[in-house]
Structures are given as structure tokens and as C-alpha cells.
Write a protein that binds this ligand. Structure first.
Ligand SMILES: C[S@@+](CC[C@H](N)C(=O)[O-])C[C@H]1O[C@@H](n2cnc3c(N)ncnc32)[C@H](O)[C@@H]1O
Length: 269
């Protein structure tokens, strides 16, 4: 069990789907299609298979079928991803792997490596080690939905700034993907730099969550997560933090929240 509950992944998936940059997904799909029938996509930290599902939704009729290799360290999430692939009629295998052991990441035969909501958990070591392995394999990389550190709310609250700053600091704590501190909001740009330095052509695109009243359940879960993280830092008086959380929860059905993410596409130059 990885700590990423299937119900949290299900709650965020509609907002993730809306946020993904369609242009980068289409270019990644074109790169796959150019390899012909049966090209392999390796999805790192696949969770319940949201990336497979998003790519299938933007696949044009008649384009070659691809083979998915779904990789995660959580067997329950892998089972859910395999079931989703079966339901979509997609050819997929699952691999139970700890991505932290970079040499064990099963990239053999990959045309494209994908990931979503993963690399902000990674350390600099992990990012540079993975970039090296991807370049050595010749695969492209599509990495969606890395948090970029920007979060804003409407209506605002006087503590928004300090809560977001605290949350971003908490994001830098080690998350087990590589040694030491996570890169958190800096991860997508670090990955872009590491791949560019090795000759890859890299594009970044904004892919923010735009949460409105219809996303109240996700907004509440997001705010609860932020408050829990900031409480662990001890930088705010607990009663003040709770007043911020309460205001955000009570106004979730009439608020707007923008949570910045970056999508990345990197292809061999
Ligand atoms: C935030 S979830 C994203 C899941 C999915 N990509 C999505 O967008 O819905 C992060 C995923 O990475 C997986 N993960 C985290 N650390 C991992 C590790 N060291 N090895 C393998 N998988 C890991 C988790 O189990 C989880 O499925």
C-alpha cells in the first residue's frame, strides 16, 4: 500500500483530465504512432491507470494500438489499473516495482515513458538518474501534472499566502523517490533541464487544476491536505490554521481554486 488511496485518485481524476495539455498529449501520441503497431508505453507510478485512460480518450480511430506496461509499487492500485485496461480493451501488463531503484525500472523496448502527478515526489538524484536511463533507452517522455508551487483562491483569505508557502515547503520533504529532499514544485523544470542537457527537445505547458463549485469535494480534500501538511511544520498557530481551513471548507461550494501544474514532453533531438 503506497499511501495513495484509490478514492483520492478517483476524486482528482476529472480535474486532472481537464487540466492535461491536449497539444502535448497529441504530440506524444504522434510519436507513438510513428513507431507503428504495438509500440510500448511504460507508465511510471500508474496508480489506477488514469494516464492510460487519458491517452485512450485522445487516440484517433485507426491509429496503431499500443502496449502498456503499468508500473507501481502498490499491488491494489496495479490490480485496479489492470482492470481498467481490460475494460477499455487495451493491451496492458503490470509490474510491481519500487521506482526508487532506478536500475530496476523496466524500460526495455519503451517508445514512450509516461507519468502523471509523480515527479514532484522525486529528489534531484532520482530525476537525473531517470533522465539518464530514458536517454539511454531512446524513449520519449510525457510527464503530466507536476505541481508547480502556485495555488490561489477566490475569495481570498489573509492566511492564503502563508499556508501556500508552508505547503510548498512541506513538498520538499523526502517522499521516497530518490535520496534526500524532494524537488516538489521544482521537479518538472529540473527534469526538463536534465533531458535538454542530453540533447532532448523539451516542451513544457501549464496544466492547472481549475476548481469551481462543482469540484467542492476535491477542493475540500485538497484544503484538508494542505492544512495537515502546514500543521506538521508548526509555522502557524493551530487555531488560526483551523480558522483558515474552516473558511475554505465552508466556502468550497462557491469558491474557485487554481492549482498550477506543468506537463512536459521530451523527445530525442
Ligand atoms: C499521486 S499518485 C498518481 C497516480 C497516477 N499516475 C494518477 O495520475 O492518477 C502517485 C503514484 O506513484 C506511485 N508511487 C509512489 N512512489 C512510488 C515508488 N517508489 N515506486 C513505485 N510507485 C510509486 C504511487 O503508488 C501512486 O500510484
Amino acid at each position: 500500500m503506497s499511501g495513495f488511496a484509490a478514492d483520492w485518485l478517483a476524486l482528482r481524476e476529472p480535474a486532472d483530465r481537464r487540466a492535461r495539455d491536449v497539444g502535448l498529449m497529441r504530440r506524444a501520441s504522434d510519436w507513438l504512432a510513428a513507431a507503428g503497431q504495438g509500440a510500448t508505453v511504460v507508465d511510471l507510478g500508474c496508480g489506477t491507470g488514469s494516464t492510460l485512460s487519458a491517452f485512450e480518450a485522445c487516440r484517433d480511430e485507426g491509429t496503431p494500438q499500443v502496449r502498456w506496461r503499468l508500473v507501481d509499487n502498490d499491488p491494489a492500485l496495479l490490480d485496479a489499473a489492470a482492470e481498467r485496461a481490460r475494460n477499455l480493451g487495451v493491451d496492458a501488463e503490470t509490474r510491481l516495482v519500487d521506482l526508487a531503484v532506478i536500475d530496476d525500472i523496466p524500460l526495455e523496448g519503451a517508445r514512450l515513458v509516461t507519468a502523471s502527478a509523480l515527479f514532484d515526489l522525486a529528489s534531484r538524484d532520482f530525476i537525473s538518474g531517470l533522465a539518464e536511463r530514458i536517454v539511454a533507452s531512446g524513449a520519449g517522455l510525457h510527464a503530466a501534472l507536476s505541481y508547480d508551487g502556485s495555488t490561489s483562491f477566490r475569495p481570498d483569505h489573509p492566511l492564503d499566502g502563508i499556508v501556500v508557502a508552508g505547503f510548498n515547503r512541506h513538498q520538499l520533504r523526502p517522499k521516497g523517490l530518490g535520496a534526500g529532499a524532494s524537488l516538489g514544485p521544482g521537479a518538472a523544470r529540473a527534469l526538463a533541464g536534465a533531458l535538454q542537457a542530453q540533447g532532448y527537445l523539451v516542451e513544457l505547458a501549464d496544466s492547472p487544476w481549475r476548481l469551481g463549485p462543482q469540484d467542492a469535494a476535491l477542493s475540500i480534500a485538497h484544503v484538508d491536505g494542505m492544512a495537515t501538511a502546514v500543521a506538521e511544520l508548526g509555522v502557524l498557530d493551530p487555531a488560526e490554521l483551523e480558522a483558515w481551513r474552516r473558511m475554505r471548507v465552508d466556502s468550497a461550494d462557491r469558491s474557485e481554486t487554481l492549482v498550477g501544474h506543468l506537463d512536459l514532453l521530451a523527445l530525442p533531438g
